[in-house]
Design a protein around this ligand. Structure first.
Ligand code: HQG
Length: 181
């Protein structure tokens, strides 16, 4: 079994190359973000970061957020890309309320512009307050915003949900957000 530190290192390596900079190790993702597992393991080894198949399988299976999926000998990140990919996720009706975890320093801009995808393809929303709190806490003291997803849906905003339960939307205008305090 891998220890926790190795798991995190492998997961971060995968995030970097399956979401953001595949070209850094000469990897080419297909239009939907997939790459052959064999190719990934080979180029990782060639670039000084050898990963074994059991390690990869363990990271994919045990990852707390199920960030990666292996299917038919290929692997991709479930969401979170900055490189252009079409995830081909269905557009679905969201729950009435979704949450977004952020930090206080972003609030003036969010009040003015709403939530924007920033460096990712979509705004990421969480299904529950606990998850949103964890997302916000990556950057400092978390602040949780509440999005009126039902009203957004009624107004024609399209929601998708990733394989790991992250809700994705193009934009959340400020009028659909409830700010704490
Ligand atoms: C903020 C992690 C100013 C937004 C997490 C956030 C999540 C604005 C930051 C996933 C803004 C973007 C995504 C605006 C949004 N003005 N700031 N108009 N609109 N922001 O990392 O939601 O570990 O791209 O509040 O768990 O923090 O990658 O998005 O603080 O699921 O699998 O701009 O990333 O998952 O940051 O996190 P991010 P996020 P993984």
């Amino acid at each position: 079994m891998m220890d926790e530190r190795r798991m995190v290192r492998v997961s971060k390596y995968l995030a970097k190359h399956l979401r953001h900079q595949p070209e850094r190790i000469g990897l080419t993702l297909d239009a939907s973000g997939w790459v052959e597992v064999e190719t990934l393991l080979r180029v990782a080894g060639e670039h000084g970061f050898p990963i074994t198949m059991p390690e990869l399988e363990q990271v994919v299976a045990a990852n707390d957020k199920r960030r990666y999926v292996i299917q038919d000998g290929r692997i991709r990140a479930s969401q979170g890309h900055s490189v252009p990919v079409r995830l081909d996720l269905p557009v679905v009706e969201p729950p009435a309320i979704l949450y977004h975890g952020t930090v206080a320093r972003n609030l003036p801009s969010i009040r003015a512009q709403g939530l924007r995808p920033m460096n990712r393809h979509h705004v990421h929303l969480s299904p529950d307050r606990e998850t949103a709190t964890r997302v916000g806490a990556r950057r400092g003291v978390p602040v949780v915003l509440v999005a009126d997803a039902a009203a957004m849906h009624a107004a024609g905003h399209e929601f998708q949900v990733s394989a790991n339960g992250v809700w994705l939307v193009d934009h959340v205008p400020p009028g659909f957000l409830r700010f704490p305090g």
